[in-house]
Every structure is written in structure tokens, then in C-alpha cells.
Design a binder for this molecule. Structure first.
Ligand SMILES: [Zn+2]
Length: 190
């Protein structure tokens, strides 16, 4: 995942814990327990700030049975490797986002074959939507925030940036062995 998917500074009027002022009436927000969770609610009007996880899409893109990885150019995990991923922007589908990020970060054209899975957990601020696909054109090269982009054999991978990268790869191996996915859990905690 690139820095763009972990950067929350693009959202104004928001701190790490949430918003400070009501977007409807500009009054201060306060923490309140609503529906069993701590939420920020307006002290004057009926506004409640519901924090939603952001959708992030990415692709495990292969060429000649080798996996495309990009080397991160930003913290966290600067210099480690991961899959091309990015936030799903309004007006784009997750599939379009996955294809776009492969182009933007690794300069390759990718065709998606299938959805691998949807990954999140209760402490994460993103929901990862991961596809499996093929590189149909281009030679991998680091672009945008990526220092480098290369193809790796699955048994000779570099150190990956995130624990969930390894979970996703395990899922890929399981799904390749069981393409009908009958034994695989649907709710994927990472
Ligand atoms: Zn208000």
C-alpha cells in the first residue's frame, strides 16, 4: 500500500480521533456512546460523525508466474515491498482502481481475472479489495510513490511491508489449490 492509502491529511476538519466541529452548525463535537460505540456527536444539533473505513483496491498481478511488487517510497515501511493498491475514488469502481494503481505505481497494463477477497478487521480504517490479474503490457518500473517495481517468483519474495500482505498471499495459494473456494472462509480478518 502506498502512502496515499495511509494518509488522512486530505480530510480537513478532522483529527486522528475524528472531527472537532460540526459540519452542519459548526458547534463543538463531543464524545458520546451511541449504538454501543463511542462516537462524536454535535453538542447543538443532531449531527453524529460516523467514521467509515475507506475502500482500498489492489491487484496481485502476474506475468510468467511471477508476482508484481512495488517498493514503497514513503513511510510507513519505506523501502519494503507490497502490491499496488490505492483508495477507491468517488466515481471509480474497485476494479478500475486496482488497474489504475498498477499503471500509476508500476507502469504496467493489467487485466483482472477474479476477486481474491475482501479484507479488514475491527481496528482497521480501510477495507482491502484484492483482485488477481495478469500483466498484459509494459515492463514494471517504479512510478509515483514507488521506488521500484519488479516481478518476483513466489518462492523468492523480498520482505513484504505489512502482515496482511502475507495473509493475502496465503489466501492466493489456498485459492489456487482450491479454485472453487468451497472451504475458504468468507469473513477475512487481517
Ligand atoms: Zn451541529
Amino acid at each position: 500500500m502506498t502512502a496515499s492509502t495511509t494518509d488522512t491529511s486530505h480530510t480537513t476538519n478532522q483529527t486522528k480521533s475524528g472531527m472537532q466541529f460540526c459540519p452542519k452548525c459548526a458547534s463543538a463535537l463531543e464524545e458520546r456512546i451511541l449504538e454501543g460505540k463511542v462516537r462524536q456527536a454535535c453538542t447543538t444539533c443532531d449531527f453524529v460523525f460516523y467514521r467509515d473505513p475507506k475502500p482500498v483496491a489492489g491487484v496481485l498481478a502476474f506475468k510468467d508466474e511471477k508476482l508484481l511488487l512495488i517498493q514503497r517510497g514513503n513511510e510507513p515501511k519505506l523501502g519494503l515491498w507490497s502490491f499496488p493498491t490505492g483508495y477507491v475514488d468517488i466515481g471509480d469502481t474497485p476494479a478500475e482502481t486496482a488497474v489504475r494503481e498498477a499503471k500509476e505505481e508500476a507502469d504496467v497494463d493489467v487485466e483482472l481475472d477474479r476477486l481474491l477477497g475482501v479484507y479488514s478487521n475491527d481496528s482497521r480504517t480501510v477495507v482491502l479489495i484484492i483482485y488477481v490479474g495478469r500483466i498484459i503490457a509494459g515492463t514494471p518500473a517504479g512510478r509515483a510513490e514507488a521506488l521500484d517495481a519488479r516481478l518476483f517468483a513466489l518462492d523468492a519474495l523480498p520482505e513484504l511491508a505489512f502482515d496482511h500482505d502475507y495473509h493475502i498471499l496465503e489466501d492466493l495459494v489456498c485459492s489456487n489449490a482450491d479454485p472453487h473456494q468451497t472451504e475458504r472462509p468468507i469473513n477475512k480478518q487481517i
